[in-house]
Write a protein that binds this ligand. Structure first.
Ligand SMILES: Nc1ncnc2c1ncn2[C@@H]1O[C@H](COP(=O)(O)OP(=O)(O)O)[C@@H](O)[C@H]1O
Ligand SMILES: [Mg+2]
Length: 281
């Protein structure tokens, strides 16, 4: 019995999570190894593929989802991965009555009603091609919108949620449908930094620390996971929430494909995931 933790060629040994999970699986007598998703692996050698640090697929999402669909056995399920790798799934959640960050999809122009706003692509990981714009930056923001459109990408425009500067973003991690632990992620986008600002900043930018979910956050997260098509079989899930203007949690993203699970911030979480993985064999 061997598990493959799918990773990308930039991280052949896998993310920190992968290394932690391999050790936790070994403690249960389960063999596991990192495998590059688009390398030349013989996938029939593995009893189960668990998608982990495949963080390089954004420019070839179709290739990635087709790969997942060809695998004999993959978690999360390939159908969930297809649904979840394009943030247009947020429209399904909003339609199901969930509180989602207000979003304009592929608008013709930059918004006029929000003092600050974020422009980002619908297929993205790690804040790629994402920027925060404000008054006086309309021309640069329009160029950003245009560059996404010219690259054939769906653009999302949202009000900048300023609570991310103070409360930050709460990431609720679920194992086999049950809440495991939470992390708090500090602000990433810097005012005036443009698109380049999404790849550099000060040391506190995007820093993750241990956190605890509130009752309101847990409620939204459970309802969001219940609304996922085919979501009854989720091995792992991360629900990212940011307080809206009234303080109530809004869904910024549902990470069901390749989330960093912040295992270092959840005491016992690596063993919990290893047990859940072993139980799937
Ligand atoms: N509407 C928003 N308000 C404030 N910050 C945002 C907003 N949208 C994105 N961000 C910032 O950009 C980061 C990346 O955006 P996100 O939607 O999580 O995409 P991904 O992580 O898939 O690249 C977030 O972690 C957050 O710091
Ligand atoms: Mg995110």
């Amino acid at each position: 019995m061997t598990i493959a933790f799918a990773t990308c060629s930039l991280l052949p040994e896998g993310s920190d999570d992968v290394r932690t999970l391999i050790a936790a699986c070994a403690a249960l007598g389960v063999a596991a190894e990192p495998v590059i998703w688009d390398g030349d692996a013989d996938w029939s050698r593995y009893d189960l593929v668990v998608v982990r640090s495949t963080w390089d697929y954004t420019s070839r999402r179709d290739e990635f989802t087709a790969w997942a669909e060809r695998l004999p056995r993959v978690l999360n399920p390939a159908g969930v991965i297809r649904w979840n790798t394009d943030k247009r799934y947020l429209r399904d959640l909003a339609a199901a009555g969930l509180p989602v960050v207000p979003t304009l999809w592929d608008p013709d122009d930059v918004p006029s009603g929000w003092p600050e706003y974020v422009i980002k692509p619908a297929v993205s990981v790690g804040s790629g091609d994402t920027a925060r714009w404000g008054a006086g930056e309309e021309e640069r923001a329009r160029a950003h919108l245009r560059s996404l459109r010219e690259a054939g990408r769906t653009a999302m425009v949202q009000p900048y949620l300023s609570a991310v500067d103070t409360a930050g973003e709460t990431a609720l991690v679920f194992c086999d449908g049950e809440y495991s632990h939470a992390g708090r992620k500090a602000r990433i986008l810097t005012a005036g930094a443009g698109v380049e600002g999404s790849v550099r900043g000060d040391a506190t930018r995007g820093r993750v620390t241990a956190s605890a979910a509130t009752g309101a956050e847990l409620d939204v997260a459970h309802r969001a996971l219940a609304a996922v098509p085919g979501g009854r079989d989720l091995l792992y899930a991360r629900v990212d929430l940011v307080p809206g203007p009234d303080g109530d949690p809004l869904i910024i993203e549902l990470e069901l494909t390749e989330p960093n699970l912040y295992l270092q911030h959840g005491p016992g979480s690596a063993a919990r995931f290893a047990k859940a993985i072993a139980a799937r064999l």
